[in-house]
Design a protein around this ligand. Sequence first.
Ligand SMILES: *Cc1c(COP(=O)(O)O)cnc(C)c1O
Length: 231
Amino acid sequence: MANEDDVISIADHLNAVRLQVAAYEKKYRRPSHSVTLLAVSKQQSVEHILQAVQAGQLMFGENYWQEARPKLAALQAYPIEWHFIGPLQANKTQKIAEHFAWVHSVDSEKLARRLSEQRPAHLPPLNVCLQVNLDGEASKSGVSIEEAPILAAKMACLPRLMFRGLMCIPRPGQHVTQQRQVFHRLSILYLALKTQFPSLDTLSMGMSQDYEAAIAEGATCIRIGKAIFAA
Ligand SMILES: *Cc1c(COP(=O)(O)O)cnc(C)c1O
């Protein structure tokens, strides 16, 4: 059971993050409200998500279908927009195509095709971002900057997907300057692709530890977990 301290705490954290985002928009001369806040609810209970909903948050991100399934079911009555942001596995694409409005973590043609084929006809096209790996580690998800334009062209042609933008999860950088250098590379790629694909409007980058740098470099969607939900 949620107690009243929890209620105050999540709403307070949410408001603090909103104020901080507004301050960074100003500091870096971004238009106000140009950065959207996606609340990352992985490992959070339905009660905690509900507290954020009651504080006006309606966009949530989840990483795993197994974990998300009971939460989506329990929160069906609320007008929540669910974003899938975790590693994509081929055997989960069907459920994700059926239950989510967005997928941020598309990183192969095969997964993109499956999502397009499996998107139910009665729903609008699935909004997708291409995940780019900026650290160059072979083990991590995401395509390289060099590969990104090729996959982007393929994604843009799939009938049941709406290609919206790029996403990254860089290795945590120590300072804002260092974090900005990494985000800057995605921002350059985003602006280049945008001239070719007019549907692009989303640069999904920045988490609790680095969202100032992400906003400075043009993020339009920041994905925040700990700063909202951590006790
Ligand atoms: C967990 C997670 C986040 C949020 O990270 P915090 O540090 O908790 O803000 C954002 N994006 C992805 C893909 C994540 O897995």
